[in-house]
Write a protein of this length. Structure first.
Length: 84
């Protein structure tokens, strides 16, 4: 299903989309920090876990499209605020 263009979306939909993206980024960020702390713990206790490093590095590219989408939504909301 193709995504609806931001210019057609209502302001309420944009606010909902922005809050959803923010929540997803917070969850991914917390997950990333938790995995990083656990990996540091394993490295200190001399039990390196290299597959965990793979998961840590894979979460960063997942967050990039979310950040781009959040910036687009914020830009559209800013345009609508200036137009009113």
């Amino acid at each position: 299903m193709p995504q609806k263009p931001l210019s057609i979306s209502t302001t309420e939909e944009l606010h909902k989309q922005r809050s959803t993206l923010k929540a997803m980024m917070i969850v991914f960020g917390l997950l990333w920090m938790l995995l990083l702390a656990f990996n540091i713990y394993l490295l200190v206790t001399k039990r390196p876990n290299f597959p965990l490093l793979t998961v840590l590095s894979a979460l960063i590219p997942v967050m990039i499209p979310m950040l781009i989408s959040l910036n687009k939504v914020n830009a559209e909301l800013k345009l609508r605020d200036e137009g009113e």
